[in-house]
Design a protein around this ligand. Structure first.
Ligand code: 5AD
Ligand code: SF4
Length: 460
């Protein structure tokens, strides 16, 4: 029996794919083990979106090759990097035995049976209707509703690695959701490179398929308690999505809408297909339908040719929106992308200095936004034990990380009402309250201790 160990880099789509391949491996009779040392097959799920995750894969594969020489370990590589010529060169260098691109994950069985090197690089349709089993004992799950991307942002390698957009059928999505519900899942995150474009594959709507807004309403009727989704291209965000979110109680009031830059000239060089003004219109629509919406974004600093004035536009836009949180990236030139071919990279120091200024702004806004939650009661899915003994950790509907001391009668994973008492830019601290908003009487610890653990910046 094969003893397999999987290691995942990258986004939630990759986590989902790892789970999918793990379930294939188990059905083929493999044993999943928790460490490289126990394994005779190690499969690395890779990310190619920036240079850093590629470097990490390289150094991990270096270690694995040593183990291969010592004890005959079989090495596998899957995911975005595997699909690229760059990844295949790395695979040859580090003597990778099994290589599976993001569209060939179901070839894992054939790969294991093969006596020679196995490389699967085709995009196969069966994958879109393959339903992995629900995660055991977890309250949260991911559900991929589409794969690939039809946009061509000039910095992005994803359209090359994951291919054109292919939407799953609503029937297959709802069947997977039924399985998750039966397994006790209470929050689902709908995943795709651009979920707002669900059903519009290669520029045309698939006949009879619901729009993303309609899909949200459908999923909202399934009985699942909380629905989140990620990620969205602003170009495909419609007002109907904001309306569907507002009118579907299960859909959480959290929107991740990557802006990438606040400058129209940079947006044009990125081929993002919207302007700053159009983006702000979407934000206004979201706020009109959901005044309390929590907003997150992605920003790339130091895109080739970005001037100080263009960067200032990004800082201004940040203030105009007042994001709750942001993922901020330094531009990374990826071979194979149009911006790599056509534009010269900015000096490293310029990019790092801009990132530092953006981080200061992000912390400031996150602190302000989080401080505004102090005193409110949030609906929180507590996943389980936090690092600190006696505490539970989880997420609000607005996706804020939350920590609470365990309370008698509420000391395990579940969805609870939590009254927020402290806030830092990255965390809310609170205590579980009863339906009347009063703290449960049997609190084993009081809040100042929680505060001591985490040195909050804002206190009541
Ligand atoms: N360099 C830096 N960041 C990038 N992203 C995508 N490609 C690059 C790149 N070449 C960022 C974008 C995207 C997120 C997933 O990664 O902000 O939204
Ligand atoms: Fe890349 Fe744009 Fe597709 Fe996102 S939407 S994956 S940024 S091409």
């Amino acid at each position: 029996m094969v003893r397999a160990h999987l290691i995942t880099y990258g986004c939630q789509m990759n986590e989902y794919d790892t789970h999918l391949v793990e379930s294939q491996l188990v059905s083929l009779g493999a044993d999943l083990v928790d460490s490289i040392d126990e394994a005779d097959f190690v499969l690395v799920n890779t990310c190619a979106v920036r240079g850093k995750p590629v470097d990490k894969v390289r150094s991990l594969l270096g270690n694995l090759r040593q183990q291969k020489a010592k004890r005959g370990l079989v090495i596998g590589m899957m995911g975005c990097l595997a699909q690229l010529e760059e990844g295949q060169q790395i695979a040859r260098k580090f003597e990778v035995d099994v290589l599976l691109g993001p569209g060939s994950l179901l070839d894992i069985g054939a790969a294991l049976e093969s006596n020679t090197r196995f490389w699967g690089l085709q995009f196969k349709d069966e994958l879109h209707d393959h339903i992995p089993p629900a995660p055991v004992g977890r309250l949260q799950a991911h559900l991929t509703i589409m794969r690939g991307c039809d946009h061509h942002c000039t910095y992005c390698i994803v359209p090359t690695t994951r291919g054109p957009q292919v939407s799953r059928t609503p029937g297959s999505i709802l069947r997977e959701l039924d399985g998750l519900l039966a397994a006790g899942v209470r929050e689902v995150t709908l995943l795709g490179q651009n979920v707002n474009a669900y059903g519009i594959d290669q520029g045309a709507r698939i006949t009879g398929i619901p729009s993303f807004a309609e899909l949200l309403r459908l999923v909202g009727q399934s009985g699942i308690e909380r629905i989140k989704f990620t990620t969205s291209h602003p170009m495909n965000f419609t007002e109907d999505v904001a309306a569907a979110m507002a009118e579907t109680p299960a859909v959480c009031e959290f929107v991740h809408l990557p802006v990438q830059s606040g400058s129209n000239t940079v947006l044009r060089r990125m081929a993002r297909e919207y302007t700053r003004e159009k983006y702000l219109e979407h934000i206004a629509q979201i706020r009109r339908h959901m005044p309390g919406a929590v907003l997150a974004t992605d920003i790339i600093v130091g895109f080739p040719g970005e001037t100080e004035g263009e960067f200032q536009q990004t800082l201004d836009l940040y203030d105009e929106v007042g994001y709750d949180s942001a993922y901020m990236f330094i531009y990374s030139a990826r071979p194979g992308t149009p911006s790599y071919r056509h534009f010269a990279d900015l000096p490293r120091e310029v990019k790092t200095e801009r990132l530092q200024r953006l981080i200061v702004k992000q912390k400031d806004w996150s602190q302000r936004r989080n401080a505004g939650k102090v005193g409110t009661v949030q609906n929180v899915l507590l996943r389980g034990d936090a690092h600190e003994a006696g505490f539970l950790e989880g997420h609000s509907r607005g996706n804020h990380p939350v920590v609470v001391p365990k309370a008698l009668g509420a000391d395990t994973a579940g969805i609870y009402s939590v009254k927020i008492a402290h806030a830092t830019p990255h965390m809310l601290y609170g205590q579980i309250v009863g339906p009347d908003g009063e703290a449960l009487p049997e609190l084993p610890r009081l809040l100042p201790e929680a505060a001591a653990v985490s040195s909050p910046l804002v206190m009541v």
